[in-house]
Structures are given as C-alpha cells and as structure tokens.
Design a protein around this ligand. Structure first.
Ligand code: ATP
Ligand code: MG
Length: 563
C-alpha cells in the first residue's frame, strides 16, 4: 500500500479478522470514509472543473464523491477507450457540452455520425434521474450546445479546405510517402514555383508543376537555377499523387482555405461544438491522417504560444482514433502526428483520442495523454487479455481496485478515470459512475440537421461554400507550356518554310534550266526546220523557175500532181 491512509486501511483490515460484526462495519465504514477522503482530496480543484460522475467502491456509487476534471489540464490531452457500446461517445458528449458551457470551443471528429445530438436538449427520464440522484447531481437540466457542422467531403456543412502551399514541401512530401531523394526533388519544384509566382493551391497545380518539370523545357529551366532533377523520380511523385487522389483528397485541397480561427468561436457565451462528420473516411486512412496532420500543423502555426493557461483555447476529440495510427498510415505520418501532439499543447489545444482498444494508439502518443477514461474492455482472445493487462498497468496504482480484473467487468456508463491535477500529478484512480449528457443521447433527425445547415447561423457555410479557382500554377504553367509549344511550332514552321522555299527554288531552278534547255533545243529545231523549209521552199521556186524556163523554151517538163 502506497499512501499513509492506505496503511491505516491495512491495519484495520488485519484487526478485523478477530472482531465482531459491528466493528467489521466500522472498518468498512472507515475504509469507505478513507476512500471518500482520498477521492475528495484527489478531485477537488481551485479552477473550473468538468463534473463527470461519482466515484464507486466495491460496486457501490459513493453519492457526493464527485469526480471532477480540472479544465486547466485539458491541453495535456486525453484518452477515452472502451469496447463497443460501453459509453465512449456519451463521455465525449459530456465533456464537449461542459467545455462549451465554460466558453471553450471544441471539435468532434464524428466518424460514426452519432454525435449530432449535442445540438438538441436531451429528455429527462426516471432512469436518468435515478442515475443523477445516485451521483449527487440535484440540478440536472437538459440543454444543448451551439454547434457547427463541418465537412471535408461532399456532405453538407462548412467546407474545410487547405491549399497545397500551406502544407509546405516537407509535409506534403510526407503525405505522399516520398523518400529523401524524391522529397528533395519535390522541394526544388516547390521552390521553383514559389520563386516564379506560381501558386500551388490544388491538386491540378501540383500535377501541372510536376508535368512541367518533366518536360524538356521545364526540366532545363529548373536545372538552370536549381540543378538537374530526374524526370523518372518526378514520375514516381506523380503516381503517389494519383494514389492520394483516389482517396478523394482533391476535394480537400484548394481555395478558399479554412481559417482555424473559425473553429474557435463562442455563441451566447458558450463555446461552439464543431462536428466534423466524416462517415465515409474509414476506407481512406491516408487521407484522414493527412487532414488531421494539416489541421494540427495549421493550428500550431497560427495560434500564439500560451504558456501557463487557466483553461484551454480549444479541445479536439478524435473518434475511431486507431484510423490515424492504422497500419495503412505511413509511419512517417504517424511520427509527425506524434510530434504535433507534443507541441500543440503549448498553444492551449488539447487532443482526445477515442478508441476501442488503447493498444491501437502509439505508445509515444499514449505516454503524452494526461487524462484517461477507460470504459470496459472485453477479453475474447489471448491477445485481448494481454492488451488488458498492458492497459491496467498504465493506470496509477490503487489500494481499492483490482484494475486488471475489473476493467472487463465495468458497467455501461462506468469508467476508470485518472486525470492530471492542476499541479500536474496524476489523480487517484476512480471507478466512476458517469453522469448523462444534458443534450440528446440519440442522433438528430435529417430534417433537424437540414434546418441547422440551412439556417447557417454563423454564416460560415456561405463563407466557404464556393470553390475559388484563381489563376495559379496550373493555369500559368499550362500557358507557359503552350507558349513553349507555340514557339517550338513557330520555329519548326519557319524551318519547314525555309526548307520548302529551298525546295521550291530548286524546282524552279531545275525547271528554268530545263526550260532553257528545251528552248535551246526548240530553237535549234526551229532553225533546222526553217533551214529545211527554206531549202524546200527554195527548191520549189527553183524547180518552178526551171520548169517555167524550160516550158517557156518549149521543153516538156513533168508537173507535180499537187501543183
Ligand atoms: N453516461 C451515460 N449515461 C447514460 N447512459 C449511458 C452513458 N454512457 C452510455 N450510456 C448508454 O450506453 C449506450 C452506448 O453508449 P455509447 O454510444 O456512448 O457507446 P460507445 O462506447 O460509443 O459505442 P461504440 O464503440 O459502438 O461507438 C448509450 O446509448 C446509452 O444508452
Ligand atoms: Mg461511439
């Protein structure tokens, strides 16, 4: 036994072996009092708190032994784990709505689409009243939180986008899973684009930039300033881009890019609960991790350093968190996420991972989580039992519970809880009977969701609705390639023209020569003919003259017939 109070318990239990029944009761009483005292000391804080339920001992709810979580430590992150149907989603709801009441906005990554109930008040019923009476909550009143629906797909809501430029070359290369050489090449292309005022906003910009750098002219132009880059490596980058495109990531990249300040709004003094519905993301772990990483990176970059805060600025709850650390997530991406989780707390941002099995979360991340809410785990296989043993060892030692055994026996809406005190020390482990959310436990009707979306109270749906496609790298590079092509065509045409001209001249020359030759020949022939004709004509005259002379002299001559 660790604590001095624990030692007292041991002595009393030892003494109890020889005692009467009434003193046994006293001992149990004192054990209970001791427990209550520990809980009270461990869960009373100076600053604002979130009430999540009452502590239990030996299966009994200790009415009034309230388990409070100090919001000051919510930027030290948390884990909500438990088998299916054990109460994780309701716990998220409880935390988000109380953060909202304290004016702290949050974001729920809603993978199953079961968190929309936050927007409407719940209904008081006898079962809930009984739960709250047991806990010691007398003032339960149903209520709702201001909400905003967000989307990164075609679902309705505030469209969250980011530009490729905002990712920067290193992060984008990591998302594409590029090796060092390919990352270097992509960085060169990125630099070329930045230096030449070619904005990389969406997928088509990156594609065009890669195609340009593969072309003879583009490759040569980039080589002049930044050194030669291999076209075959660029081909690999293009293929990786296509793989990310297949997961629908292109809808996420572009303008207008989402401003993280729009997540951190309050309405009527309450923090807005932003619900990002990503029900179709399960099959797209790479895209999901990409999105998460970008959002965290953007927050890290945008938000000021907070130092020691009284309450967090923003809390993010990631349901089905195993998706971002799945085996399909590139290792380097998971590593980057781990770094981001570590850094972002100084900006006053807390991240809560929700998962069925805590073993799904990387140890490096698990070690950073200050608040742990462990609902029941189920042991079906040897592997499950091993995971439960490991999970039990991650909790502070306790005199009151056999954690490993009890973890499989916790009731629905119960959990083992340990948080960080305002001084940063772990609070005693508390088997907690959780309160119910004030908001609706079920999901909204479609018509209720439509009404919220159509109303667009914040105006954010309108703000981010239209895709904007300004003149960026894609258009400029296409024009550049066209200009190259035109220039090349012109040059080729001029060459062709010159060739034709020469050919023409040759032909004309030849023709002229032939004509001259012909002429000469025909001239010769003419003079020949003329000569002959002259001779003939001469002969005719002569003959005629001779014939006339002879006939005149009385000599008979034979006349030609044709004369
Ligand atoms: N704090 C609570 N107060 C009252 N009822 C609760 C509470 N927690 C859980 N329940 C009951 O248990 C049901 C299941 O809880 P929940 O949906 O939170 O489970 P889950 O762990 O998120 O399950 P899954 O892994 O399937 O998403 C709820 O519909 C509700 O009836
Ligand atoms: Mg759930």
């Amino acid at each position: 036994m660790r604590s001095p109070l624990g030692i007292v318990v041991t002595i009393q239990v030892f003494q109890s072996q020889n005692c009467s029944c009434s003193s046994k009761q006293n001992i149990n009483m004192s054990q209970t009092e001791n427990f209550k005292q520990q809980m009270s000391e461990g869960y009373t804080f100076d600053g604002p708190v979130i009430k999540i339920g009452a502590a239990m001992l030996e299966g009994e709810v200790q009415t009034g032994s309230i388990v409070n979580l100090p919001v000051k430590m919510f930027n030290r992150h948390g884990l909500i784990a438990g088998a299916t149907g054990t109460g994780k989603t309701k716990t998220v709801q409880i935390l988000a709505e109380q953060l909202s009441e304290l004016g702290i906005p949050s974001m729920l990554i809603d993978i199953k689409g079961d968190l929309s109930g936050v927007a409407k008040p719940g209904e008081a019923n006898p079962k809930l009243s009984e739960r709250h009476t047991k806990i010691g909550i007398e003032d339960f009143a149903p209520g709702e939180s201001p909400i905003e629906f967000l989307t990164i797909s075609s679902e309705p809501g505030v469209k969250m986008r980011a530009t490729v430029h905002e990712f920067g070359p290193v992060l984008f290369a990591k998302i594409l899973g590029l090796n060092d050489t390919q990352t270097g090449i992509y960085s060169v292309i990125f630099k070329y684009c930045t230096d030449n005022d070619l904005q990389l906003l969406d997928f088509s910009d990156v594609k065009e930039a890669l195609k340009f750098s593969m072309s003879d002219e583009g490759n040569a132009e980039i080589a002049k300033e930044y050194g030669k880059i291999s076209p075959s490596s660029i081909g690999v980058i293009l293929r990786q881009l296509a793989a990310l495109e297949e997961q629908g990531a292109q809808t996420f990249f572009g303008e207008p890019s989402f401003e993280v300040h729009d997540l951190m709004k309050t309405r009527g003094g309450k923090g807005v609960v932003n619900i990002l519905r990503v029900t179709d993301i399960q099959s797209k772990p790479k895209f999901f991790s990409t999105f998460m990483l970008q959002l965290l990176a953007e927050m890290y970059e945008t938000l000021p350093e907070e130092g020691d805060i009284e309450k967090p600025k923003f809390v993010m709850f990631i349901d089905e968190a195993h998706l971002i650390f799945s085996k399909d997530t590139p290792k380097v991406l998971a590593e980057q996420l781990e770094v981001m989780v570590r850094l972002i707390r100084s900006k006053g941002v807390g991240i809560f991972f929700i998962t069925q099995n805590p073993a799904d979360i990387d140890d490096s991340v698990l070690g950073q989580l200050g608040l742990k809410i462990q609902h029941a785990l189920r042991a079906f296989t040897a592997k499950d039992r091993k995971a439960i043993k490991a999970a039990a060892q991650n909790y502070p030692e306790t005199d009151f519970y056999n954690v490993e055994q009890m973890i499989t026996e916790l009731g629905i809406g119960e959990a083992f809880v340990t948080a960080l005190s305002e001084k940063g020390n772990p609070t005693p482990l508390a088997h907690t009977y959780m309160r119910a959310p004030k908001s609706r436990m079920g999901v909204l009707e479609q018509s209720e969701m439509d009404a919220i979306i159509n109303e667009d109270v914040s105006g954010l749906i309108g703000k981010y609705k239209e895709d904007v496609d300004p003149e960026s790298a894609s258009e400029k590079l296409k024009a550049k390639m066209q200009a190259y092509e035109d220039k090349q065509n012109e040059a080729e045409e001029a060459k062709e023209q010159e060739k034709l001209q020469k050919e023409q001249e040759k032909i004309e020359d030849k023709r002229a020569k032939e004509e001259a030759k012909e002429q000469a020949k025909s001239d010769d022939q003419k003079s020949d003919v003329m000569g002959k004709v002259g001779k003939e004509v001469g002969k005719g005259f002569l003959n005629a003259a001779i014939g006339f002379g002879l006939r005149a002299a009385g000599v008979k001559t034979r006349r030609r017939k044709f004369f």
